[in-house]
Design a protein around this ligand. Sequence first.
Ligand code: GRF
Length: 240
Amino acid sequence: MWFKVKLSCVRRFQAARSYNEFEQRRLLCYSIVVNKLFRLGVLGSGKGSNFAAIADAIDAGKMSAQVGVVLSDVESAGILAHAREREMASQFIPPGKFRTKLDEGAERAFVAALQEARVDLIVLAGFMRVLKGEFLRAFEGRIVNIHPSLLPSFPGLEAWKQALDHGVKVTGCTVHFVDAGVDAGPIIGQQAVPVLDNDTPESLHARIHAAEHELYPKCVAAIARGEISVAGRRVSWKKS
Ligand code: GRF
């Protein structure tokens, strides 16, 4: 069984069509083939309930991974408190002068902290800044995000409110790879949530949040097992 996992990894690695794809697969395959525990770098700006769901899945043995470091751009963020409670490495990094992105110095500091922690995958869990140039290049193909709608519908802020205002009957959440667009990268997994006639933005958001806590650990666990492959925009799940 373990041999089969190794073999499927090496095949995917060899089939890469560009240098970036090759490098991305090499890094992912390395941690799987040498039987090293897959390391996550988690970034968040808020409560951290998705991070807690992932950490719970690891504790429950549902995900073969470990958290290398938790980083936040908000000193008082709940996600840092969660990490401290669990005695995990965590750090606040001041984001610099912009409101919606990191400035150059902050971007370098985030990249350095993640490299120092030797993480295999960057997990955005409510990180409220758009990632740019150097960061995306440093971890190309190795950054995932969760968004509270069924993308490509309702990218951007308050997606649950956008869905309610638009009058859709079904919304949900999406886990996707991160690229230079906003909420735009290849889709790894989605979970639907019905919109009820008496929903308020708060009640709908709460049900989407609960769905996120199921979906995100499943997607990250599949990546950690080496079961996820990407061809253009299409992501497939392969059983090892
Ligand atoms: C989630 O709703 C997620 O979809 C969005 O930010 C929120 C983070 O919530 N990207 P939490 O901090 O994980 O509770």
